[in-house]
Design a protein around this ligand. Sequence first.
Ligand SMILES: *Cc1c(COP(=O)(O)O)cnc(C)c1O
Length: 389
Amino acid sequence: MKQNIYFDNAATTAVRKEVFAAMKPFFEREFGNPSSVYEIARNAKRHIEDARLKVAKAIGAEPEEIYFTGSGTEADNWAIKGAADANKNRGRHIITSVIEHHAVLHTCEYLEKNGFDVTYLPVNEHGIIEPEELKKAMRPETIVVSLMFANNEIGTIQPIKELAEITKSGGAIFHTDAVQAVGHVEIDVKEMNIDMLALSGHKLGAPKGVGALYIKKGTKIEQFIHGGGQERRKRGGTENVAGIVGLAVAVELASVEIEDERKRLEFLRDKLIKGIEEKIPHIRVNGHREKRLPGNVNVSFEFIEGESLLLHLDMSGIFASSGSACTSGDLDPSHVLLAIGLPHEIAHGSLRLTVGRDNTESDVDKVLEVLPGIVQRLRDMSPLYNPEN
Ligand SMILES: *Cc1c(COP(=O)(O)O)cnc(C)c1O
């Protein structure tokens, strides 16, 4: 039987079996609406509050500062639009970066069309947002700064504490999209001076369709989803009880295992990077070598298309992601790879392998065994490739 190897853990992850087990009762006998009064409803309500406590604990927040949402995207939208709206009388300037996820970038573009002024900070060649750039961009009318904790494509981890400090001393609200970081990097929102933080279940072993937003007490923010009085009247909609319970179990497990898992993933990541560097010429590793998510590998191969590489890997049962978005009908290469200075043709030849909980060293060995041959075959078909070089 062909064994598939999943190396796209930054796109989504499988639901962990402990998470699935914890969720199951809430689809079955504990199906009550948490807003009702009888026993199965009260139980559901109690489990949501227990989940809130677990999520809060994992990031150093208070339980009343955690709001469950329908996704990481919703949490980012709410944070930025909600804070922009509630603070627009103080100013209409927002700062973000060029390497954000579309959940943040497209939200900021929407606000630009609605009377806000947005500064997109550049990054250096490693994908790091330089604190100096933020200092230069801050204005008296800056109300919100949204900078991601760790990048989903090249894995770069940002100097969040420093960026938050600059934001706070300029009197603005600091939001971070920590969807890729939670469960992989230690986070303490109080120690790091973070006002708002978005996270998502399906990137860390919980199901799709559940996320959370941490909102520091006292932060001025408008309600985003209007409806019933759920989530302390801040986010309407009957709670996704099973999803919330699953999210909390995943977050709790990840924070217990964080150190061991970090070491294990870093070992696999570095073995992959080193193996690719040794076996394949004309490549470039994207992102910072050390300030990098433990499971992220992002490499550009000259003279080939990332999309063809993905198809060939797929045929070998290896599931990965590329640096371009051709599959989504968009011919532009990744905005993140362009932002770190890659020329279009190099950015097009990029491959992202994201190692996760279920990957083993033999998965890494298998990739290192088949990848060089695939790259060579694709290069042999390329009119630009000259083996004499
Ligand atoms: C996946 C992801 C999101 C979106 O989260 P969803 O729950 O899929 O909506 C936002 N930001 C980053 C960095 C991500 O990787």
